[in-house]
Design a protein. Structure first.
Ligand SMILES: Nc1ncnc2c1ncn2[C@@H]1O[C@H](COP(=O)(O)OP(=O)(O)O)[C@@H](O)[C@H]1O
Ligand SMILES: C[C@@](O)(CCOP(=O)(O)OP(=O)(O)O)CC(=O)O
Length: 493
Protein backbone atom coordinates (compact mmCIF):
# COMPACT_ATOMS: atom_id res chain seq x y z
CA UNK A 1 0.00 0.00 0.00
CA UNK A 2 1.38 3.40 -0.97
CA UNK A 3 0.88 6.80 0.61
CA UNK A 4 -2.37 8.65 -0.14
CA UNK A 5 -2.56 12.43 0.20
CA UNK A 6 -5.75 14.44 -0.37
CA UNK A 7 -6.25 18.17 0.23
CA UNK A 8 -9.48 20.17 0.43
CA UNK A 9 -9.93 23.97 0.49
CA UNK A 10 -11.58 26.18 3.05
CA UNK A 11 -14.58 28.39 2.27
CA UNK A 12 -16.05 31.87 2.29
CA UNK A 13 -19.80 32.39 1.76
CA UNK A 14 -19.63 35.87 0.25
CA UNK A 15 -23.38 36.07 -0.50
CA UNK A 16 -26.38 33.96 0.52
CA UNK A 17 -25.96 33.70 4.26
CA UNK A 18 -29.17 32.31 5.86
CA UNK A 19 -30.89 32.17 2.45
CA UNK A 20 -28.79 29.18 1.40
CA UNK A 21 -30.44 27.12 4.17
CA UNK A 22 -33.55 27.12 1.92
CA UNK A 23 -33.26 25.19 -1.39
CA UNK A 24 -35.25 27.99 -3.02
CA UNK A 25 -32.16 30.19 -2.88
CA UNK A 26 -28.46 29.86 -3.69
CA UNK A 27 -25.22 31.32 -2.43
CA UNK A 28 -21.90 32.53 -3.84
CA UNK A 29 -19.30 30.17 -2.36
CA UNK A 30 -15.61 30.96 -2.75
CA UNK A 31 -13.01 28.32 -1.95
CA UNK A 32 -9.73 29.42 -0.43
CA UNK A 33 -6.08 28.82 -1.23
CA UNK A 34 -5.83 27.65 2.40
CA UNK A 35 -6.30 23.89 2.36
CA UNK A 36 -6.63 20.96 4.74
CA UNK A 37 -4.45 17.88 4.17
CA UNK A 38 -4.88 14.19 4.99
CA UNK A 39 -1.89 11.86 4.59
CA UNK A 40 -2.48 8.09 4.86
CA UNK A 41 0.54 5.81 5.16
CA UNK A 42 1.05 2.15 6.14
CA UNK A 43 1.68 2.00 9.91
CA UNK A 44 5.31 2.47 10.85
CA UNK A 45 5.05 -0.17 13.59
CA UNK A 46 3.95 -3.64 12.33
CA UNK A 47 2.41 -4.30 15.75
CA UNK A 48 -0.44 -1.99 14.82
CA UNK A 49 -2.31 -4.47 12.65
CA UNK A 50 -5.97 -3.50 12.22
CA UNK A 51 -5.33 -0.27 14.07
CA UNK A 52 -5.54 3.28 12.76
CA UNK A 53 -3.45 6.00 14.38
CA UNK A 54 -4.55 9.56 13.60
CA UNK A 55 -2.16 12.38 14.42
CA UNK A 56 -2.88 16.11 14.36
CA UNK A 57 0.60 17.57 14.97
CA UNK A 58 -0.55 21.21 15.13
CA UNK A 59 -2.26 20.62 18.45
CA UNK A 60 -1.36 19.19 21.84
CA UNK A 61 -3.13 15.98 22.99
CA UNK A 62 -4.30 15.48 19.39
CA UNK A 63 -3.43 11.89 18.66
CA UNK A 64 -6.08 9.17 18.50
CA UNK A 65 -5.71 5.40 18.01
CA UNK A 66 -8.65 3.25 16.86
CA UNK A 67 -9.04 -0.52 16.95
CA UNK A 68 -10.85 -1.69 13.81
CA UNK A 69 -12.87 -4.89 13.52
CA UNK A 70 -14.49 -5.65 10.17
CA UNK A 71 -16.21 -8.96 10.74
CA UNK A 72 -18.74 -10.13 11.80
CA UNK A 73 -19.72 -6.49 12.30
CA UNK A 74 -17.72 -3.36 11.60
CA UNK A 75 -16.50 -1.49 14.64
CA UNK A 76 -14.05 1.40 14.98
CA UNK A 77 -13.35 1.71 18.69
CA UNK A 78 -11.26 4.51 20.20
CA UNK A 79 -8.35 2.97 22.07
CA UNK A 80 -8.77 3.36 25.83
CA UNK A 81 -5.36 5.05 26.03
CA UNK A 82 -6.56 8.01 23.93
CA UNK A 83 -6.29 11.19 26.02
CA UNK A 84 -9.08 12.97 24.12
CA UNK A 85 -11.92 12.36 21.67
CA UNK A 86 -12.53 13.79 18.22
CA UNK A 87 -16.00 13.05 16.84
CA UNK A 88 -15.12 14.51 13.43
CA UNK A 89 -12.22 12.06 13.00
CA UNK A 90 -14.04 9.10 14.56
CA UNK A 91 -17.19 9.50 12.49
CA UNK A 92 -15.13 9.96 9.31
CA UNK A 93 -13.18 6.74 9.90
CA UNK A 94 -16.23 4.70 10.87
CA UNK A 95 -18.41 5.81 7.95
CA UNK A 96 -15.70 5.67 5.29
CA UNK A 97 -14.61 2.15 6.33
CA UNK A 98 -18.25 1.01 6.48
CA UNK A 99 -18.88 2.33 2.97
CA UNK A 100 -15.64 0.73 1.72
CA UNK A 101 -16.70 -2.60 3.21
CA UNK A 102 -20.07 -2.35 1.47
CA UNK A 103 -18.53 -1.47 -1.87
CA UNK A 104 -15.27 -3.45 -1.91
CA UNK A 105 -16.04 -6.32 0.47
CA UNK A 106 -14.60 -7.13 3.89
CA UNK A 107 -11.53 -8.99 2.61
CA UNK A 108 -10.39 -5.98 0.57
CA UNK A 109 -10.72 -3.66 3.57
CA UNK A 110 -9.06 -6.20 5.89
CA UNK A 111 -6.14 -6.42 3.50
CA UNK A 112 -5.76 -2.62 3.43
CA UNK A 113 -5.86 -2.53 7.23
CA UNK A 114 -3.71 -5.59 7.85
CA UNK A 115 -0.54 -3.64 8.60
CA UNK A 116 -2.40 -0.78 10.25
CA UNK A 117 -2.59 2.80 9.01
CA UNK A 118 -0.89 6.00 10.19
CA UNK A 119 -2.98 9.06 9.26
CA UNK A 120 -1.74 12.63 9.65
CA UNK A 121 -4.19 15.54 9.35
CA UNK A 122 -3.15 19.18 9.14
CA UNK A 123 -4.65 22.49 8.06
CA UNK A 124 -2.88 25.47 6.55
CA UNK A 125 -2.08 28.06 9.19
CA UNK A 126 -4.99 30.25 8.06
CA UNK A 127 -7.57 27.93 9.60
CA UNK A 128 -6.32 28.89 13.07
CA UNK A 129 -5.62 32.37 14.40
CA UNK A 130 -1.91 33.20 14.19
CA UNK A 131 -2.33 36.30 16.32
CA UNK A 132 -0.49 34.81 19.30
CA UNK A 133 2.32 33.49 17.09
CA UNK A 134 2.80 36.93 15.49
CA UNK A 135 2.95 38.51 18.93
CA UNK A 136 5.46 35.86 20.07
CA UNK A 137 7.65 36.63 17.03
CA UNK A 138 7.11 40.36 17.62
CA UNK A 139 5.79 40.72 14.06
CA UNK A 140 3.10 43.17 12.88
CA UNK A 141 -0.27 41.68 11.91
CA UNK A 142 0.11 41.78 8.12
CA UNK A 143 0.38 39.45 5.15
CA UNK A 144 4.17 39.60 4.98
CA UNK A 145 4.46 38.52 8.61
CA UNK A 146 2.23 35.52 7.94
CA UNK A 147 4.72 34.29 5.35
CA UNK A 148 7.35 34.12 8.10
CA UNK A 149 5.41 31.52 10.07
CA UNK A 150 6.41 27.94 9.10
CA UNK A 151 3.70 25.98 7.26
CA UNK A 152 1.48 23.82 9.48
CA UNK A 153 2.92 25.57 12.52
CA UNK A 154 2.08 24.02 15.92
CA UNK A 155 -0.49 26.24 17.61
CA UNK A 156 0.97 25.57 21.06
CA UNK A 157 -2.41 24.55 22.44
CA UNK A 158 -5.20 22.03 22.25
CA UNK A 159 -8.07 21.91 19.77
CA UNK A 160 -10.39 23.11 22.53
CA UNK A 161 -8.24 26.19 23.04
CA UNK A 162 -7.62 27.16 19.43
CA UNK A 163 -9.25 30.29 17.97
CA UNK A 164 -10.56 29.18 14.59
CA UNK A 165 -10.86 31.72 11.80
CA UNK A 166 -14.09 30.35 10.31
CA UNK A 167 -12.65 29.02 7.04
CA UNK A 168 -14.49 25.73 7.61
CA UNK A 169 -11.79 23.56 9.18
CA UNK A 170 -14.19 20.79 10.13
CA UNK A 171 -15.70 20.60 6.64
CA UNK A 172 -12.29 20.62 4.97
CA UNK A 173 -10.93 18.10 7.49
CA UNK A 174 -13.80 15.66 7.00
CA UNK A 175 -13.81 16.05 3.21
CA UNK A 176 -10.06 15.45 2.86
CA UNK A 177 -10.13 12.56 5.36
CA UNK A 178 -13.07 10.63 3.88
CA UNK A 179 -11.84 11.30 0.31
CA UNK A 180 -8.35 10.03 1.20
CA UNK A 181 -9.83 6.91 2.80
CA UNK A 182 -12.03 6.20 -0.24
CA UNK A 183 -8.96 6.53 -2.49
CA UNK A 184 -6.80 4.45 -0.15
CA UNK A 185 -9.41 1.65 -0.05
CA UNK A 186 -9.76 1.90 -3.87
CA UNK A 187 -13.44 2.82 -3.65
CA UNK A 188 -12.70 5.83 -5.86
CA UNK A 189 -9.64 6.71 -7.93
CA UNK A 190 -7.32 9.70 -7.59
CA UNK A 191 -8.58 10.92 -10.96
CA UNK A 192 -12.17 10.89 -9.67
CA UNK A 193 -11.39 13.85 -7.42
CA UNK A 194 -10.35 16.06 -10.32
CA UNK A 195 -13.31 15.32 -12.59
CA UNK A 196 -17.08 15.63 -12.42
CA UNK A 197 -17.15 11.92 -11.68
CA UNK A 198 -19.46 9.65 -9.76
CA UNK A 199 -16.55 9.04 -7.41
CA UNK A 200 -16.31 12.73 -6.53
CA UNK A 201 -20.05 12.93 -5.92
CA UNK A 202 -19.87 9.83 -3.71
CA UNK A 203 -17.09 11.52 -1.71
CA UNK A 204 -19.29 14.64 -1.47
CA UNK A 205 -22.31 12.71 -0.23
CA UNK A 206 -20.25 10.81 2.35
CA UNK A 207 -18.56 14.01 3.58
CA UNK A 208 -21.93 15.78 3.92
CA UNK A 209 -23.28 12.83 5.92
CA UNK A 210 -20.25 12.63 8.22
CA UNK A 211 -20.18 16.41 8.75
CA UNK A 212 -23.86 16.46 9.71
CA UNK A 213 -23.42 13.42 11.99
CA UNK A 214 -20.39 14.94 13.73
CA UNK A 215 -21.97 18.39 14.09
CA UNK A 216 -25.31 16.93 15.18
CA UNK A 217 -27.15 19.19 12.78
CA UNK A 218 -27.81 19.53 9.07
CA UNK A 219 -26.57 22.95 7.93
CA UNK A 220 -26.82 24.04 4.32
CA UNK A 221 -23.65 22.07 3.51
CA UNK A 222 -22.06 24.90 1.48
CA UNK A 223 -18.80 24.41 3.38
CA UNK A 224 -18.48 20.73 2.46
CA UNK A 225 -19.53 21.57 -1.12
CA UNK A 226 -16.72 24.16 -1.29
CA UNK A 227 -14.24 21.59 0.06
CA UNK A 228 -15.29 19.11 -2.64
CA UNK A 229 -16.01 21.28 -5.67
CA UNK A 230 -14.16 24.58 -5.05
CA UNK A 231 -15.78 27.93 -5.84
CA UNK A 232 -19.36 27.66 -7.16
CA UNK A 233 -22.95 28.88 -6.90
CA UNK A 234 -24.51 26.55 -4.31
CA UNK A 235 -28.10 25.40 -3.88
CA UNK A 236 -28.51 23.04 -0.94
CA UNK A 237 -29.77 19.45 -1.04
CA UNK A 238 -33.06 18.56 0.66
CA UNK A 239 -31.98 17.57 4.20
CA UNK A 240 -34.51 14.71 4.17
CA UNK A 241 -32.01 12.68 2.10
CA UNK A 242 -30.05 12.07 5.31
CA UNK A 243 -33.03 11.62 7.63
CA UNK A 244 -32.90 7.80 7.86
CA UNK A 245 -29.16 7.70 8.41
CA UNK A 246 -29.20 10.59 10.89
CA UNK A 247 -32.05 9.29 13.03
CA UNK A 248 -31.11 5.60 13.11
CA UNK A 249 -28.76 4.13 15.73
CA UNK A 250 -25.40 4.86 14.13
CA UNK A 251 -23.92 1.84 15.89
CA UNK A 252 -26.54 -0.54 14.44
CA UNK A 253 -25.77 -2.39 11.18
CA UNK A 254 -26.39 0.18 8.49
CA UNK A 255 -25.98 0.27 4.78
CA UNK A 256 -24.77 3.63 3.59
CA UNK A 257 -24.45 3.15 -0.14
CA UNK A 258 -28.13 3.21 -1.16
CA UNK A 259 -28.48 6.64 0.50
CA UNK A 260 -25.05 8.01 -0.40
CA UNK A 261 -24.99 6.72 -3.98
CA UNK A 262 -24.50 9.45 -6.61
CA UNK A 263 -27.40 7.81 -8.46
CA UNK A 264 -29.74 8.62 -5.54
CA UNK A 265 -31.76 11.47 -7.06
CA UNK A 266 -32.68 12.70 -3.58
CA UNK A 267 -29.30 14.42 -3.66
CA UNK A 268 -30.76 17.44 -5.45
CA UNK A 269 -28.14 20.05 -4.59
CA UNK A 270 -26.96 22.28 -7.44
CA UNK A 271 -23.31 23.14 -8.07
CA UNK A 272 -23.13 25.83 -10.75
CA UNK A 273 -19.80 27.12 -12.07
CA UNK A 274 -18.50 30.34 -10.59
CA UNK A 275 -15.10 32.02 -10.35
CA UNK A 276 -14.00 35.49 -9.32
CA UNK A 277 -12.91 37.74 -12.21
CA UNK A 278 -9.24 37.82 -13.26
CA UNK A 279 -7.02 40.45 -11.59
CA UNK A 280 -9.19 40.50 -8.48
CA UNK A 281 -8.64 38.81 -5.14
CA UNK A 282 -10.49 38.11 -1.95
CA UNK A 283 -8.96 39.61 1.20
CA UNK A 284 -10.07 38.03 4.46
CA UNK A 285 -9.61 39.34 7.95
CA UNK A 286 -10.15 37.51 11.20
CA UNK A 287 -11.90 39.83 13.65
CA UNK A 288 -11.01 38.91 17.19
CA UNK A 289 -14.46 38.84 18.79
CA UNK A 290 -16.06 35.73 17.22
CA UNK A 291 -19.74 34.69 17.00
CA UNK A 292 -21.90 31.65 17.71
CA UNK A 293 -23.32 30.78 14.29
CA UNK A 294 -25.98 28.28 15.46
CA UNK A 295 -27.37 30.90 17.85
CA UNK A 296 -27.53 33.55 15.12
CA UNK A 297 -29.17 31.08 12.72
CA UNK A 298 -31.76 30.05 15.30
CA UNK A 299 -32.86 33.63 15.93
CA UNK A 300 -33.04 34.59 12.24
CA UNK A 301 -35.04 31.48 11.30
CA UNK A 302 -37.39 32.06 14.26
CA UNK A 303 -38.06 35.61 13.04
CA UNK A 304 -38.55 34.34 9.48
CA UNK A 305 -41.09 31.77 10.67
CA UNK A 306 -43.01 34.36 12.69
CA UNK A 307 -43.01 37.01 9.94
CA UNK A 308 -43.64 35.00 6.81
CA UNK A 309 -44.77 37.74 4.42
CA UNK A 310 -42.16 40.31 5.47
CA UNK A 311 -39.41 37.70 5.49
CA UNK A 312 -40.39 36.37 2.07
CA UNK A 313 -40.16 39.85 0.61
CA UNK A 314 -36.78 40.42 2.22
CA UNK A 315 -35.38 37.03 1.20
CA UNK A 316 -36.59 37.60 -2.36
CA UNK A 317 -34.93 41.01 -2.60
CA UNK A 318 -31.66 39.74 -1.12
CA UNK A 319 -31.64 36.73 -3.46
CA UNK A 320 -32.19 38.98 -6.47
CA UNK A 321 -29.18 41.06 -5.42
CA UNK A 322 -27.08 37.93 -4.76
CA UNK A 323 -27.85 36.52 -8.20
CA UNK A 324 -27.20 39.91 -9.74
CA UNK A 325 -23.77 40.07 -8.08
CA UNK A 326 -22.93 36.60 -9.41
CA UNK A 327 -24.01 37.61 -12.92
CA UNK A 328 -22.05 40.88 -12.84
CA UNK A 329 -18.87 39.12 -11.68
CA UNK A 330 -19.30 36.54 -14.44
CA UNK A 331 -19.85 39.39 -16.93
CA UNK A 332 -16.60 40.99 -15.76
CA UNK A 333 -14.74 37.74 -16.48
CA UNK A 334 -16.26 37.75 -19.97
CA UNK A 335 -15.00 41.31 -20.51
CA UNK A 336 -11.51 40.10 -19.58
CA UNK A 337 -11.73 37.30 -22.12
CA UNK A 338 -12.88 39.79 -24.81
CA UNK A 339 -9.63 41.77 -24.57
CA UNK A 340 -7.23 40.96 -21.69
CA UNK A 341 -4.93 43.93 -22.45
CA UNK A 342 -7.74 46.50 -22.33
CA UNK A 343 -9.12 44.79 -19.23
CA UNK A 344 -5.74 44.90 -17.49
CA UNK A 345 -5.39 48.64 -18.23
CA UNK A 346 -8.90 49.26 -16.89
CA UNK A 347 -8.19 47.36 -13.66
CA UNK A 348 -5.01 49.36 -13.15
CA UNK A 349 -7.01 52.59 -13.60
CA UNK A 350 -9.77 51.42 -11.22
CA UNK A 351 -7.11 50.53 -8.64
CA UNK A 352 -6.03 54.16 -8.49
CA UNK A 353 -9.49 55.62 -7.83
CA UNK A 354 -12.11 55.33 -5.13
CA UNK A 355 -15.27 53.57 -6.42
CA UNK A 356 -17.20 56.84 -6.17
CA UNK A 357 -14.82 58.21 -8.87
CA UNK A 358 -15.00 55.20 -11.23
CA UNK A 359 -17.78 56.64 -13.43
CA UNK A 360 -16.73 60.29 -13.19
CA UNK A 361 -14.18 60.36 -16.01
CA UNK A 362 -15.72 61.77 -19.22
CA UNK A 363 -12.65 60.72 -21.18
CA UNK A 364 -12.81 56.99 -20.42
CA UNK A 365 -11.79 55.17 -23.64
CA UNK A 366 -14.92 53.68 -25.25
CA UNK A 367 -13.47 50.19 -25.13
CA UNK A 368 -13.10 50.49 -21.35
CA UNK A 369 -16.50 52.02 -20.61
CA UNK A 370 -18.38 48.75 -20.20
CA UNK A 371 -15.60 47.40 -17.95
CA UNK A 372 -15.85 50.47 -15.67
CA UNK A 373 -19.63 50.15 -15.62
CA UNK A 374 -19.49 46.45 -14.72
CA UNK A 375 -17.04 47.02 -11.84
CA UNK A 376 -19.15 49.91 -10.57
CA UNK A 377 -22.30 47.77 -10.77
CA UNK A 378 -20.51 45.09 -8.70
CA UNK A 379 -19.59 47.71 -6.11
CA UNK A 380 -23.12 49.09 -5.89
CA UNK A 381 -24.69 45.63 -5.71
CA UNK A 382 -22.31 44.51 -2.97
CA UNK A 383 -23.23 47.58 -0.95
CA UNK A 384 -26.94 46.95 -1.52
CA UNK A 385 -26.52 43.38 -0.23
CA UNK A 386 -24.82 44.71 2.90
CA UNK A 387 -27.73 47.09 3.51
CA UNK A 388 -30.27 44.29 3.15
CA UNK A 389 -28.29 41.99 5.46
CA UNK A 390 -28.22 44.78 8.04
CA UNK A 391 -32.01 45.04 7.62
CA UNK A 392 -32.31 41.28 8.22
CA UNK A 393 -30.28 41.71 11.39
CA UNK A 394 -32.34 44.69 12.56
CA UNK A 395 -35.66 42.93 11.97
CA UNK A 396 -34.58 39.65 13.61
CA UNK A 397 -32.62 41.28 16.44
CA UNK A 398 -29.39 39.60 15.35
CA UNK A 399 -26.02 41.40 14.93
CA UNK A 400 -25.42 40.19 11.36
CA UNK A 401 -23.42 43.31 10.49
CA UNK A 402 -22.94 44.95 13.90
CA UNK A 403 -21.98 48.60 14.04
CA UNK A 404 -18.30 47.82 14.65
CA UNK A 405 -18.21 45.75 11.46
CA UNK A 406 -20.14 48.44 9.57
CA UNK A 407 -17.55 51.04 10.58
CA UNK A 408 -14.68 48.81 9.47
CA UNK A 409 -16.34 47.78 6.21
CA UNK A 410 -17.42 51.33 5.30
CA UNK A 411 -13.82 52.50 5.65
CA UNK A 412 -12.55 49.57 3.57
CA UNK A 413 -15.02 49.71 0.69
CA UNK A 414 -14.39 53.40 0.03
CA UNK A 415 -10.68 52.77 -0.57
CA UNK A 416 -9.30 52.97 -4.12
CA UNK A 417 -9.61 49.68 -5.99
CA UNK A 418 -12.05 47.99 -3.60
CA UNK A 419 -14.93 46.36 -5.48
CA UNK A 420 -17.01 45.31 -2.50
CA UNK A 421 -17.11 43.49 0.80
CA UNK A 422 -19.20 42.27 3.64
CA UNK A 423 -19.49 39.87 6.55
CA UNK A 424 -19.21 36.26 5.33
CA UNK A 425 -21.78 33.57 6.04
CA UNK A 426 -23.83 34.20 9.16
CA UNK A 427 -21.95 37.44 9.82
CA UNK A 428 -21.48 38.67 13.35
CA UNK A 429 -18.08 39.58 14.70
CA UNK A 430 -16.12 36.68 13.10
CA UNK A 431 -14.60 38.08 9.97
CA UNK A 432 -14.90 40.37 6.98
CA UNK A 433 -14.23 39.75 3.31
CA UNK A 434 -13.27 42.24 0.62
CA UNK A 435 -13.06 41.81 -3.14
CA UNK A 436 -10.29 44.06 -4.43
CA UNK A 437 -8.68 44.86 -7.78
CA UNK A 438 -5.29 43.15 -8.04
CA UNK A 439 -3.49 44.74 -11.02
CA UNK A 440 -0.33 43.07 -12.26
CA UNK A 441 1.74 46.12 -13.15
CA UNK A 442 1.62 48.80 -10.49
CA UNK A 443 3.92 49.78 -7.64
CA UNK A 444 3.26 48.18 -4.23
CA UNK A 445 2.06 51.44 -2.69
CA UNK A 446 -0.59 51.70 -5.42
CA UNK A 447 -1.94 48.20 -4.84
CA UNK A 448 -5.37 48.04 -3.17
CA UNK A 449 -4.12 45.15 -1.01
CA UNK A 450 -1.47 47.43 0.47
CA UNK A 451 -4.03 50.16 1.16
CA UNK A 452 -6.34 47.72 2.89
CA UNK A 453 -3.51 46.32 5.02
CA UNK A 454 -2.77 49.91 6.09
CA UNK A 455 -6.41 50.45 7.06
CA UNK A 456 -6.51 47.15 8.94
CA UNK A 457 -3.30 47.99 10.82
CA UNK A 458 -5.29 50.69 12.65
CA UNK A 459 -7.83 48.17 13.99
CA UNK A 460 -6.52 46.18 16.97
CA UNK A 461 -9.22 43.53 16.49
CA UNK A 462 -8.34 42.80 12.84
CA UNK A 463 -5.81 40.20 11.68
CA UNK A 464 -5.33 39.46 7.93
CA UNK A 465 -5.55 35.92 6.60
CA UNK A 466 -3.40 34.54 3.79
CA UNK A 467 -6.39 32.83 2.17
CA UNK A 468 -7.37 34.00 -1.30
CA UNK A 469 -9.79 32.48 -3.77
CA UNK A 470 -8.40 29.19 -4.94
CA UNK A 471 -8.31 28.59 -8.67
CA UNK A 472 -7.92 24.91 -7.88
CA UNK A 473 -11.03 22.75 -8.13
CA UNK A 474 -11.89 21.64 -4.58
CA UNK A 475 -10.48 18.35 -3.28
CA UNK A 476 -7.53 16.84 -5.07
CA UNK A 477 -4.93 14.15 -4.54
CA UNK A 478 -1.44 15.52 -3.94
CA UNK A 479 2.14 14.41 -4.28
CA UNK A 480 3.53 14.62 -0.75
CA UNK A 481 6.83 16.03 -2.05
CA UNK A 482 5.07 18.96 -3.73
CA UNK A 483 3.62 20.51 -0.57
CA UNK A 484 6.00 22.94 1.08
CA UNK A 485 6.72 22.03 4.66
CA UNK A 486 4.41 19.03 4.76
CA UNK A 487 7.02 16.30 5.24
CA UNK A 488 9.50 18.30 7.29
CA UNK A 489 7.11 20.14 9.61
CA UNK A 490 4.93 17.08 10.13
CA UNK A 491 7.94 14.70 10.37
CA UNK A 492 6.57 12.41 7.67
CA UNK A 493 8.67 9.70 6.02
N1 LIG B 1 -6.23 20.08 12.56
C1 LIG B 1 -7.28 19.49 13.15
N2 LIG B 1 -7.15 18.27 13.73
C2 LIG B 1 -8.20 17.63 14.31
N3 LIG B 1 -9.45 18.16 14.38
C3 LIG B 1 -9.62 19.37 13.82
C4 LIG B 1 -8.57 20.10 13.19
N4 LIG B 1 -9.09 21.29 12.75
C5 LIG B 1 -10.39 21.29 13.10
N5 LIG B 1 -10.71 20.15 13.72
C6 LIG B 1 -12.03 19.76 14.26
O1 LIG B 1 -13.01 20.65 13.72
C7 LIG B 1 -13.63 21.36 14.80
C8 LIG B 1 -13.88 22.81 14.34
O2 LIG B 1 -15.03 22.76 13.57
P1 LIG B 1 -15.99 24.07 13.52
O3 LIG B 1 -16.33 24.48 14.90
O4 LIG B 1 -17.08 23.76 12.57
O5 LIG B 1 -14.99 25.18 12.98
P2 LIG B 1 -14.87 25.63 11.48
O6 LIG B 1 -15.78 26.79 11.29
O7 LIG B 1 -13.42 25.99 11.31
O8 LIG B 1 -15.27 24.41 10.69
C9 LIG B 1 -12.64 21.32 15.95
O9 LIG B 1 -13.36 21.44 17.17
C10 LIG B 1 -12.01 19.96 15.78
O10 LIG B 1 -12.81 18.96 16.38
C1 LIG C 1 -25.98 31.03 8.15
C2 LIG C 1 -25.52 30.01 7.12
O1 LIG C 1 -26.30 30.18 5.97
C3 LIG C 1 -24.06 30.25 6.73
C4 LIG C 1 -23.08 30.12 7.87
O2 LIG C 1 -21.79 30.46 7.33
P1 LIG C 1 -20.52 30.68 8.29
O3 LIG C 1 -19.33 30.77 7.43
O4 LIG C 1 -20.82 31.81 9.22
O5 LIG C 1 -20.55 29.30 9.09
P2 LIG C 1 -19.58 28.85 10.29
O6 LIG C 1 -18.27 28.51 9.66
O7 LIG C 1 -20.30 27.69 10.86
O8 LIG C 1 -19.49 30.04 11.22
C5 LIG C 1 -25.73 28.59 7.72
C6 LIG C 1 -25.51 27.50 6.68
O9 LIG C 1 -25.53 27.78 5.48
O10 LIG C 1 -25.31 26.34 7.12
Amino acid sequence: MSTTVVSSPGKVLVAGGYLVLDPAYSGIVVSTSSRFYTIIQPAAAPSHANQIQVLSPQFTQASWRYDVTVEPKLSVVPNQENSSKNKFVHQALESAILLATEMKGSSSVLSALAAGLDITIAGDNDFYSQRAKLAELKLPRNLESLTKIPPFAPTGGSLAQVHKTGLGSSAALITSLVSALLVHFSVISSADLSEDSEGRHLAHNLAQYVHCLAQGKVGSGFDVAAAVFGSHLYTRFDPSVLEDLMTGDTTSPRTLFPTLSPKNRAWNHKIRPFALPPLTRIMLADVDAGSDTPSLVGKVLKWRKENDAEAHALWTSIDQLNQSLASILTRISELHDRDPAVYSAAVKYLSSLQPVQWMANPWTPPEEEDIMTAFYDAHQTSEAIRAKMREMGRLSGVPIEPSEQTKLLDECVRQAGVIGGGVPGAGGFDAIWLLVCDPVDCSPDQRPTERIEYVWSHYESVSPLMAVESKAKGSRTENIDDIMGLKDTLHLS
